[in-house]
Ligand binder design. Structure first.
Ligand SMILES: N[C@@H](CCC[C@H](N)C(=O)O)C(=O)O
Length: 306
């Protein structure tokens, strides 16, 4: 018996890649096995995740205030609350497919529903998208120094366990600072790091190495921080980028740097560059954050029907 035909688009944001499917009326029944089969890089289309675009009116628990809901699934079929690269690619997909008015591409903010609430997005003049990722916080609150308490992280390929900081960006992250680019290269992130205590719903793990901070105005205070990052994603393994992870990595590095640390961070990932801007009034442990990066659609096709 043949399977139904499902039109799809393939896209990526800094090489974090997704299969996107429009399902306005929530008519598709895509369970974890189907999602994993579609995301399989040899037997399927291949992707770090599958994103289903559903009208919010067709989703029982969609947050109010957005016409479209992003149903994000990891490549193993598990559900995630939020995806920072995915939500930009999702916005570009909606625009190109004609599901948003053309003016939505003119730099005005649009709302997109996610399991982590409604996110505002804006298309920049250069075609990148900025996502207002909303609020973030350090898991477990502050220690006596006003910083987050450490988790202990064992990273395959690295000798001794390292301290890590767990943050909530709508989805969970644990960030570990390494001493050198050599250590970053040595980490074997195709295997999952172990985190103790692990946040209740698991975690994505980011490894970061600070690069040189940039002093644009010559006042001896860095204006832009720069870090290099690799990630092991919950439900997808090592990926070439993670948008929520880039935000977590910049926020953790900013908290570790302390007073006077920059609010703007360039995050270099294997798949490209992202910019993270910490919202005004954010403390070392909570606030708001913006993510800017590319959203590229590369192909369209039809699943099934064979
Ligand atoms: N790559 C995404 C995050 C996708 C979800 C993540 N694997 C999770 O389970 O939380 C991003 O760009 O943020």
């Amino acid at each position: 018996m043949s399977s139904p035909e499902i039109p799809f688009v393939k896209g990526h944001g800094t090489e974090n890649d997704f299969v996107l499917v429009a399902d306005p009326d929530a008519a598709l029944d895509l369970g974890p096995d189907e999602v994993a089969a579609i995301c399989d890089r040899r037997a399927g289309i291949g992707g770090d995740g599958l994103i289903r675009a559903v009208r919010a009116t067709a989703v029982a628990d969609a947050p109010a205030g957005a016409e479209w809901f992003m149903d994000y699934r990891n490549s193993d079929g598990s559900i995630a609350e939020m995806c920072g690269n995915g939500v930009r690619v999702f916005a570009e997909f909606l625009l190109v497919e004609g599901h948003l008015p053309a003016e939505a591409g003119d730099g005005r903010w649009i709302g997109i529903g996610t399991r982590a609430g409604v996110k505002r997005l804006r298309r920049e003049d250069d075609g990148r998208w900025t996502a207002d990722m909303g609020s973030w916080s350090v898991v477990g609150g502050e220690d006596a120094l006003g910083r987050g308490a450490d988790a202990i992280v064992e990273v395959p390929g690295l000798d001794v366990p390292r301290p890590g900081l767990s943050l909530d960006l709508g989805n969970p992250h644990t960030v570990v600072a390494l001493a050198s680019a050599e250590e970053l290269d040595r980490a074997e992130l195709h295997r999952a790091p172990s985190v103790d205590p692990v946040p209740p719903n698991g975690t994505n793990v980011e490894l970061v190495v600070p690069l040189d901070a940039v002093d644009l105005d010559g006042d001896a205070t860095p204006d832009i921080g720069e870090i290099r990052m690799r990630v092991h994603e919950r439900g997808s393994g090592e990926t070439r980028s993670c948008g929520t992870g880039a935000c977590a990595a910049a926020l953790a590095t900013r908290a570790w740097a302390g007073e006077g640390a920059p609010d703007v961070w360039r995050v270099e990932v294997p798949g490209g560059d992202l910019v993270v801007t910490v919202g005004q009034g954010s403390s070392a442990t909570a606030g708001s954050v913006y993510l800017t990066g590319p959203a590229v659609l590369v192909a369209r096709g039809v699943l099934g029907g064979l």
